[in-house]
Design a protein around this ligand. Structure first.
Ligand SMILES: Nc1ncnc2c1ncn2[C@@H]1O[C@H](COP(=O)(O)OP(=O)(O)OP(=O)(O)O)[C@@H](O)[C@H]1O
Length: 340
């Protein structure tokens, strides 16, 4: 089921739109993430797709059908929200069966019981139907919430920060698991998160929002390799920012000359992520001094200070023999320049 939004706006108080002229297509069977800072309009878009809220302008189509004014009960969507808790007084099986009792045509009790067991198996919790929500972990509860959302055979699955309340390791596990389930079922899914890593790991396509507008959309590879603006570049991950001056297609970076293709002459901003800078004892680049060395399980990070007092972070190979206080140069391996 393809979903399309055309020129959708939502004004709550009539002044600043929470969602501002958003046009977006979610291809059938795709998993699309809405990513943006707090207040950028993600939840409002999701609620309008669900039929829990309605646009002031624009249309929402499900396939060829105009769904803009169809209420939630007739829209055929399943949702999982961070705080859309399971019913605590019901067993897991009763929670999953909850929406199925209202399905038409009516299912027999045996058919419902069989489907509940099948769904608990799908979310990798077979045989736990008799337990209560308090007797399972937070991660398992969100898996049951997904089984409950799937029980009504939705045409579309909507997830709003479903793993937001869980710790980092559990979130990573659930992310992989959700992707597997999605690949198994192929159900069109819209996922809201403010966690860049989650969106990039999980989605076929990432839609980045700011102040109710789409600032960039594309595959994870597109948006990370070709961020269209300083906002997207900074929002997607750690980046060092240097003020430079572009002159004749290049910019000076210490003693190095870096290409600035397409950027007009004048003041500009150069960005380099920690992995895009290398430390070397000498050679072309920006002079700096190592201030701190941060050894982490998956990387080694240097914090270096330039003579102007700017603090720069860069990755270094774990085996390099380096010491705080050492002088050297920052060499740029990859960079991006935007007009200031
Ligand atoms: N019911 C409402 N009445 C008035 N303003 C609202 C309402 N719901 C949301 N807003 C406003 O709309 C804007 C977008 O909110 P929304 O919840 O969609 O953002 P979000 O990107 O999902 O944020 P978060 O990540 O914090 O959940 C915010 O400025 C918010 O204050």
């Amino acid at each position: 089921m393809k979903i399309s939004l055309q020129g959708v706006s939502r004004l709550f108080d009539g002044t600043v739109p929470a969602v501002d002229d958003v046009s977006l297509e979610i291809g059938s069977g795709r998993l699309v993430a809405l990513l943006g800072p707090s207040g950028s309009g993600k939840t409002t878009i999701l609620r309008m797709v669900a039929g829990l809220d309605f646009p002031d302008r624009g249309t929402i189509r499900f396939g060829d059908e105009d769904a803009t004014a169809i209420p939630v009960a007739r829209r055929g969507v399943g949702f999982v929200f961070q705080h859309y808790a399971l019913f605590p007084h019901m067993t897991l099986a009763e929670n999953v069966a909850f929406g199925m009792e209202a399905l038409k045509p009516k299912r027999s009790r045996a058919a419902i019981a069989a489907r509940v067991e099948e769904l608990l198996g799908l979310v990798r919790l077979p045989g736990l139907g008799a337990r209560f929500p308090a007797q399972i972990s937070g991660g398992q509860r969100q898996r049951v919430a997904l089984a409950r959302a799937l029980a009504v055979e939705p045409r579309v699955l909507l997830l709003d920060e479903p793993f937001g309340a869980l710790d980092a390791a559990v979130r990573r596990d659930l992310r992989r698991w959700l992707r597997e389930i999605h690949d198994e079922l192929g159900i069109t899914t819209l996922f809201v998160t403010h966690d860049q890593e989650e969106a990039l790991d999980l989605a076929d396509e990432v839609v980045i929002l700011k102040d109710g507008r789409i600032v960039q959309a594309g595959t994870p590879a597109d948006v990370t390799r070709r961020p269209g603006s300083p906002f997207v570049l900074e929002f997607l991950g750690d980046a060092n920012r240097f003020e430079v001056s572009v002159d004749g297609g290049g910019a000076r970076f210490g003693s190095a000359w870096l290409a600035a293709g397409g950027v007009p002459d004048g003041r500009a901003v150069l960005y380099a992520r920690p992995r895009d800078l290398a430390w070397s004892p000498d050679g072309p680049g920006l002079p700096a001094r190592i201030q701190r060395i941060l050894d982490r399980p998956d990387s080694r990070r240097l914090v270096a200070l330039t003579p102007e007092g700017a603090s720069v972070e860069l990755d270094a190979p774990p085996e390099a023999s380096l010491r705080p206080g050492e002088n050297g140069v920052l060499a740029a391996l990859r960079w991006q320049i935007f007009p200031a």
